[in-house]
Design a protein around this ligand. Structure first.
Ligand SMILES: C[S@@+](CC[C@H](N)C(=O)[O-])C[C@H]1O[C@@H](n2cnc3c(N)ncnc32)[C@H](O)[C@@H]1O
Length: 302
């Protein structure tokens, strides 16, 4: 396995075919499932926008393909939303697909959900046609995003849509406890924004969500929706969420080393270190803010 660089979100920035081991791990699939559940509201919002466009056009959605489906949180929501549709979950990682299949079975969707292991860098024609090609937080892993979007475009039925969701800003976590430093979470969030602006241009590949409108255009897709979705939720006090939060906070300490004040960093570091790992309820009072860039496009006339 080649070495991998973490991207700005701490996921592997890698291309799956060269870093299969990284994505193809049960541990990582479980972590992505937690993250998926924490941003479920944003995915529901994006699906509602897609469904509205199909309704307005009088199109009944018969087939959805979820490209880079990961552990299948989005797949399940798509299946629930488009009740007349069959849904094909596609991913390069077997571990992710197993998780997605288990979720579909658990929710009673198995009859309408199929899965397929396939590399998004390869020919996608064998997936067949669809009304909605959905790809969330996955396209940035492709070797050549425009080429992959072109292949996705060719899957669309007439009046079909492609929906791309990518992270807009890094996830941010704040607590009710101000650690004895009033305003600390606002300052850390501002510092995180400053840090992000300073590294944005050096992000590998297409990690910059702002680049997607022009990539879609280059792939022969006409943008019909370009929106930023933002949502905040109270973190459920379970062990899996605790682990996710711990990872995010450790990353915040690391990323902000040269941006936040030493006093705030010290308070945050102490807060993180003080907490015993994996204790349920550990992060009581945590709220998590996530954001997504939502881009929906249809093929331009040839
Ligand atoms: C960050 S996850 C997103 C999962 C899910 N769509 C979501 O929104 O939670 C990215 C997914 O893309 C898959 N992936 C990355 N590169 C891929 C490639 N070249 N071919 C197929 N799948 C790939 C990974 O295995 C992983 O499941």
């Amino acid at each position: 396995m080649l070495g991998h660089r973490p991207d700005r979100h701490g996921e592997p920035s890698s291309r799956l075919h060269s870093h299969g081991d990284t994505f193809d791990s049960t541990r990582f699939a479980a972590l992505l499932e937690v993250e998926g559940e924490l941003s479920l509201g944003l995915v529901e919002e994006a699906i509602t926008v897609c469904a509205g466009l199909f309704d307005d056009a009088g199109v009944q959605v018969r087939r959805v393909i979820d490209l880079g489906c990961g552990p299948g949180v989005g797949t399940a929501l798509l299946t629930q939303a488009f009740r007349s549709a069959s849904v094909l979950a596609v991913d390069g990682s077997r571990a992710m697909l197993e998780r997605a299949e288990a979720r579909a079975t658990r929710l009673g969707h198995a009859g309408r959900v199929e899965s397929r292991q396939l590399d998004l860098n390869e020919d996608l024609a064998s997936l067949g046609r669809c009304d909605l090609a959905w790809t969330a937080m996955a396209i940035h892993h492709a070797d050549d995003e425009v080429a992959t979007l072109q292949r996705i475009r060719s899957l669309l039925d007439s009046r079909g849509l492609v929906c791309v969701l990518e992270r807009a800003d890094p996830t941010f976590i704040r607590f009710a406890d101000d650690l004895g430093h009033p305003g600390i979470w606002n300052r850390l969030e501002a510092a995180r924004g400053e840090w992000f602006e300073s590294v944005r241009d050096r992000m590998p590949g297409a990690m910059n969500a702002e680049a997607y409108p022009s990539m879609l255009a280059a792939a022969g897709l006409h943008l019909v929706v370009d929106r930023t979705l933002v949502g905040t939720l109270e973190a459920p006090p379970d062990a899996a969420t605790n682990q996710f939060i711990a990872g995010q906070l450790e990353r915040t300490v690391r990323d902000l080393a040269s941006v936040a004040t030493e006093t705030d960093l010290h308070a945050l570091r102490t807060f993180v270190q003080r907490m015993p790992p994996s204790t349920e309820g550990r992060w009581h009072g945590a709220s998590i803010t996530s954001s997504r860039k939502l881009l929906i496009a249809r093929p331009t006339a040839d």
